[in-house]
Design a protein around this ligand. Structure first.
Ligand code: GTP
Ligand code: MG
Length: 244
């Protein structure tokens, strides 16, 4: 069985984290570990993560000094996974938008593909409890990115994904430049451009019911700008990855 690390970035998720960790472990086997990447959350999520880690050796924690953004949180998690010899990495939010019941499907599918992408926008997938404006931003962002980048996936911005070790080694996580939604687009674009096999699986995404959203206009604008840069500098991205 493959050694898997689930990377969960947290910022002020004290109401969600303990329950999430419990539900994750109900859905995976003993070869699967969790890494919580906490950015010194003012609400004490980092202390809770340490407590969970003390009581379960399959829970690991990375503490960062301050809120440094989702992109670099994933990079730190991916590097940890590569250094510690994990075969598979899953990225997942801590607010229950990403239902742990899908974890076994990711783990099955990664046996046959290099990457598995959780998709809201293929048959069987969807979004629950989102207002109209959030739906428009998300779907519009996906159409925009897909059209500009010319890649055949329906959900480019989603953050419930699974990567095999060889994809992360080829990408070299530190060379990913984006934050927020753009991070998800960039890693999928790079994986596709390097010729890896990506499988999309349907997921129902539920809006968070506890804790505060960190979504902002800035994250959306950054994503739009980054997509243009990726398109213009597409081949440079490959070179950077191959040269490092
Ligand atoms: N370590 C770290 N985690 C973050 C940061 N920003 C967000 N997160 C976490 O990343 C995940 C996704 O962030 P969310 O705030 O849920 O973003 P979203 O899903 O786009 O928006 P909402 O669900 O509406 O809040 C959650 O687990 C957050 O706690 C950050 O700067 N650092
Ligand atoms: Mg969320």
């Amino acid at each position: 069985m493959k050694k898997t690390l689930i990377v969960i970035p947290t910022y002020n998720e004290i109401e969600n984290l303990q329950k999430l960790v419990g539900e994750v472990f109900q859905n995976v086997d003993s070869h699967t570990h969790i890494l919580i990447v906490d950015d010194n959350s003012p609400d004490g999520t980092g202390d809770l993560a340490d407590m969970l880690s003390r009581s379960n050796e399959r829970v690991h924690v990375l503490h960062r000094a301050k809120k440094l953004g989702l992109g670099t949180a994933y990079i730190a998690g991916f590097r940890y996974a590569l250094d510690k010899g994990y075969d598979v990495v899953i990225e997942m939010d801590s607010d229950f938008s990403h239902d742990p019941k899908y974890l076994p499907i990711f783990q099955q599918e990664i046996e046959k593909a290099d990457a598995v992408v959780g998709s809201r926008y293929i048959p069987g997938g969807g979004v629950v409890n989102w207002g109209l404006s959030r739906r428009i931003i998300s779907q519009g962002g996906n159409v925009y990115a897909r059209t500009i980048l010319g890649i055949p996936f329906q959900d480019l911005t989603g953050g419930y994904n699974c990567w095999s070790r060889k994809v992360l080694e080829a990408i070299v996580p530190e060379t990913l430049k984006s934050d927020g939604y753009a991070f998800q687009i960039e890693i999928k674009y790079r994986t596709h451009s390097l010729g890896f096999k990506i499988k999309e699986i349907p997921i129902i995404f539920e809006d968070r019911y506890l804790g505060q959203s960190k979504m902002s206009k800035k994250i959306v604008l950054e994503a739009m700008y980054r997509v243009l840069l990726m398109r213009l500098k597409g081949t440079d991205f490959h070179k950077t990855a191959a040269q490092v």
